[in-house]
Write a protein that binds this ligand. Structure first.
Ligand code: NAP
Ligand code: MG
Length: 527
């Protein structure tokens, strides 16, 4: 088969209007391998630069991004239909903020001095040096097509890695923007390759290529398949998978804020967020008020093409996603759920589904059992904290969660009992944009962490360097002589005294053990 016959194209279109943005030539599997090979060469000289030099490129990238923010946000909107301003806040800020964080903390995480308090090694020094892993493969979703790959790429580059990224087909143009702006900012050639194409072709080629690590963000189905293949070949993975976050509203919550925050978290990005309040539980005593306020606020959401002004919620990513939401809602309604708002596809052009609130919900329904990746909020009540925690944890997922209460200590007590990588008190999910904090889930929501100190650690390997001087000066205090050969006649006893002196209880008792130990330190000759 000739090259031209093999090459696929990916179509970028706007799900709010059906308009085609562009048709992009996909990479071939051979080109994916070439990209990894070229990245490997480029990575070597990138890694030999200082962290400060690498940060300089990221700093210039941040400037370009701030300047080109609207252009990028409009590209995102054109491929997802989401409001332009929302793209700016939820896609661009996490990336812009990543550079701020890495400038502040990157150098010290890449090289950290350790305090050695043990007097046996008081003349020695230890440090942790973080080395890049090499060439990272990244496969990313369309829901935050700039925010997710953008910040993952920035962390990888700071640490001295190269990246080959396959963006989701639907948002290929946004993925290509990351490369374009980084190269404009002075990123050396070949360090980042964005390879357009489909998951089962180009994505699969990347999985099978010579990468040193795979960072995958997306569905559990695909993630588990990738993890299996990588495990077989000994390639480490970071997995950022699905979620079904609970929001727990306690009886003392500020209901106005709780309803606004939960409605934003659930319906932002048309409900297509991994970390969204996908199930809300309110205490019996406030449930009716909570429900009515949620319904009122949801009915006030302005749905439309996000490229236009005054739109809160755009379309789903495509018609297939609408059909999936239709199925989940219909089956749940058949099982007894009550539609309190929305509940159907909108009769207009584009992949729109009405913002939906469900009551009478039980845990055997699809809207609870499965991840609902669309604008549907099921409401439930609880009698006490134990019941709330039990319901919150009754899921295979554990990405994030929220607790709403005026008593933040009480909120923390509940938070500690919820099985999730992040629990936010009095807001939900927003910490993706705060780079000091870790990102990642418990249970089936994945493993590993992006963001924060842990996000840097994730894309590096740790090397410990312990330094001592070559000469025994002052000779008498060289600790090696205590453990090097020869072992003296009273070695056992002396070392026993040494242990009591160093680690035992009671100052007086420890002091009585000092002389022998000191004699040993000072008086021994090594072999
Ligand atoms: P997806 O269908 O799993 O797709 C994610 C990526 O995997 C896309 O680039 C896709 O390419 C690629 N892919 C699909 N099949 C593949 C295969 N056989 N081999 C290699 N790659 C393949 O997920 P999605 O529908 O885009 O995203 C929604 C899911 O992502 C939700 O479950 C959501 O919760 C999760 N998510 C998690 C996080 C997190 O941080 N934990 C963040 C965002 C989203 P194509 O587009 O070409 O199919
Ligand atoms: Mg997909």
């Amino acid at each position: 088969m000739s090259e031209s016959e093999e090459r696929e194209t990916v179509k970028s279109f706007n799900p709010a209007s059906g308009d085609v943005n562009d048709e992009i030539e996909a990479a071939t599997p051979a080109e994916v391998d070439e990209a990894v090979e070229a990245a490997r060469e480029a990575q070597k000289s990138w890694a030999s630069r200082s962290v400060e030099e690498r940060l300089h490129v990221l700093d210039v990238f941040q400037d370009h991004l701030i300047r080109r923010r609207e252009e990028v946000a409009r590209t995102i909107a054109s491929e997802t239909g989401k409001p332009v301003g929302e793209g700016l806040v939820t896609d661009l800020i996490p990336v812009i903020d990543a550079v701020r964080f890495l400038k502040k903390r990157g150098p010290e995480v890449m090289e950290t001095r350790l305090d050695l308090d043990n007097i046996m090694v008081m003349d020695r020094k230890s440090k942790i040096v973080r080395e890049p892993l090499g060439v990272l493969g990244m496969i990313t979703p369309w829901n935050y097509p700039f925010g997710i790959p953008g910040s993952q790429v920035i962390y990888a580059l700071l640490a001295g890695n190269a990246v080959v990224l396959k963006p989701a087909r639907e948002t290929t143009l946004t993925g290509l923007k990351i490369e374009e702006i980084l190269v404009d900012a002075g990123l050396p050639e070949d360090l980042l390759h964005v390879v357009p194409g489909g998951g089962s072709t180009v994505g699969q080629a990347l999985i099978e290529s010579d990468i040193d690590q795979m960072t995958f963000t997306g569905s559990n189905e695909v993630g588990e398949m990738i993890q299996e293949q990588c495990a077989e070949r000994g390639v480490p993975t970071t997995m950022e998978l699905g979620g079904s976050d609970p929001a727990v509203v306690l009886d003392d919550a500020n209901l106005d804020n709780a309803t606004s925050g939960i409605v934003w978290s659930r319906f932002m990005n048309c409900g297509q967020t991994c970390a969204a309040a996908k199930r809300a539980y309110a205490h019996d005593s406030v449930f009716d008020e909570f429900r009515d306020e949620v319904v009122r606020k949801v009915e006030n959401l302005r749905v439309g093409n996000g490229a236009e002004e005054n739109v809160d919620m755009g379309p789903l990513i495509d018609d297939g996603a609408v059909e999936e939401i239709e199925r989940q809602v219909e089956e749940s309604v058949e099982m007894g759920a009550e539609v309190l708002a929305g509940g159907e596809r909108l009769d207009r052009e584009g992949s729109f589904y009405a913002p939906t609130v469900l009551g009478n919900v039980t845990h055997d329904m699809p809207v609870i059992r499965e991840e609902t990746f669309g604008p549907v909020l099921p409401l439930m009540s609880f009698e006490n904290e134990d019941e709330a925690v039990k319901k919150a944890n009754d899921t295979r997922f554990g990405l994030t969660a929220s607790v709403w209460t005026r008593d933040t200590d009480r909120g923390e007590r509940v938070a500690r009992r919820i099985e999730a990588g992040t629990v936010v008190i009095n807001d939900h999910g927003y910490t993706y944009g705060i780079n000091e904090t870790p990102w990642g889930g418990f249970k089936d929501s994945g493993h590993g962490r992006t963001h924060g100190v842990w996000g840097i650690e994730e894309v590096t390997r740790m090397k410990h360097i312990n330094k001592g001087s070559a000469d025994t000066v002052p000779r008498s205090l060289r600790p090696e002589t205590t453990w090097w050969f020869p072992y003296s006649d009273d070695y056992l006893e002396t070392m026993g005294d040494g242990i009591e002196f160093l680690y035992g209880n009671g100052v007086v008792r420890r002091a009585t053990k000092a002389p022998k130990m000191l004699k040993e330190l000072i008086g021994r000759d090594k072999l």
